[in-house]
Design a protein around this ligand. Structure first.
Ligand SMILES: [Zn+2]
Length: 369
């Protein structure tokens, strides 16, 4: 029998609860000051210690713009994104479901997480709050992925059905949920041991779990590919030869083979022969299904050196050590889960619409009876 794992949350230390999009923890932090240092105009809110052995003061709670948190990547603390989340809140008094603003999971001295979410979705609360969370949690950055995969307009229009879809998905897939909710613990299971074993099985994120929405290495590739002049000038520096005039299909085959051995050799080969393969070829090599930043770039009017971008992307993704610890791996997982949630969501919408038509017909018949 499926176990209900989502409820009005607040699972207790050390987690606030699982994110409905990725199933990962919404972690808590004691370092409320870290985020304040990311923006010049926020620094005055906190007292940053001048000595290493000095504890920072807790920064008081303050409201900032949600978009400032969504675009934030804290270099020294790449896991910190997991502490920011929104909640889908059911206000029982007016029977209304709505998505909240962003808050940060924060650990009080009594080890209880005491987050409080702002009601305005465009706002983010940072600093030291005092209240209990109510709602279904979602990491602030995973919420951006919900928009990418499911579409915010559809979610907004059918929020209650979305919550049902999410609840059904996680109830049926508890084994891939990275946090065992307190509800499902019993005396026979030591929660911590269970979690450690579970982590090994599910390849769950560690404390170095990276942000799935912001990947600095991808941003850096985009920067280079949009700074370089994207013209055929490169071939003009190479003396025309037989090899620079060969058919495109042959050039692609040779490039493919060389890439399999080494991206760096392929880059040298393309430069030496003055080959510029079509943008469509490089877009196909650039995992645009996963790296939505490239789709955004493609849709913009900005000139892009797709050859540079494609080679750099393949080089980066070929580094399995990097990929395993990167936000892209987390993103792939979230996309998979959201894809399944979306399928359930669309089914439920369809069923709801069919039920609605049926109820309308029934009510018309009753009126005529
Ligand atoms: Zn998440």
């Amino acid at each position: 029998m499926p176990r209900k794992i989502l409820r009005n949350v607040g699972y207790g230390w050390p987690f606030c609860g699982p994110c409905i999009a990725c199933g990962g923890q919404t972690l808590i932090t004691i370092r409320t000051d870290v985020v304040f240092l990311e923006h010049e105009e926020w620094k005055h809110f906190t007292n940053t210690p001048t000595r290493e052995d000095e504890e920072p003061d807790m920064a008081p709670s303050t409201l900032v713009q949600a978009k400032d948190i969504e675009s934030m990547y804290i270099d020294g603390e790449p896991w910190m994104w997991t502490t920011f989340y929104r909640a889908i809140i059911h206000r029982l008094d007016i029977d209304h479901l709505g998505i909240s603003g962003i808050t940060q999971g924060f650990m009080e001295f009594n080890l209880a997480p005491v987050p409080q979410v702002p009601r305005d979705p465009l706002k983010a609360r940072i600093g030291d709050p005092y209240d209990n969370p109510i709602g279904y949690l979602v990491h602030a950055h995973c919420w951006l992925l919900v928009d990418r995969v499911v579409g915010m307009e559809l979610v907004d229009t059918h929020l209650a059905i979305f919550v049902k879809a999410v609840a059904r998905f996680w109830a049926e897939n508890i084994e891939i949920c990275w946090v065992l909710p307190v509800d499902n613990c019993n005396d026979k299971i030591d929660r911590q041991i269970w979690e450690l074993e579970h982590y090994e099985k599910t390849d769950a994120p560690s404390s170095m779990w990276k942000n799935p929405a912001i990947v600095p290495e991808i941003q850096s590739i985009i920067e280079k590919a949009t700074q370089t002049r994207c013209t055929d000038d490169r071939s003009q520096h190479v003396q025309p030869s037989m090899v620079s005039q060969i058919p495109l299909e042959v050039a692609i085959q040779i490039t493919d083979m060389t890439k399999r051995a080494s991206i760096s050799d392929a880059r040298n080969l393309l430069t030496a022969f003055g080959w510029r393969l079509p943008d469509s070829y490089w877009k196909n090599c650039s995992r645009m299904d996963l790296i939505f930043e490239y789709n955004d770039l493609d849709e913009s009017d900005h000139p892009v050196d797709w050859q540079l971008l494609g080679l750099a992307t393949e080089e980066l993704l070929g580094d399995s050590d990097w990929y395993d610890k990167s936000g892209l791996k987390t993103r792939r997982r979230v996309f998979q889960r959201l894809g399944q949630i979306k399928a359930i969501f669309l089914d439920l919408i369809k069923k709801d619409e069919t039920d609605h038509v049926f109820r309308r017909r029934l009510s018309r018949r009753k009126n005529f009876a």
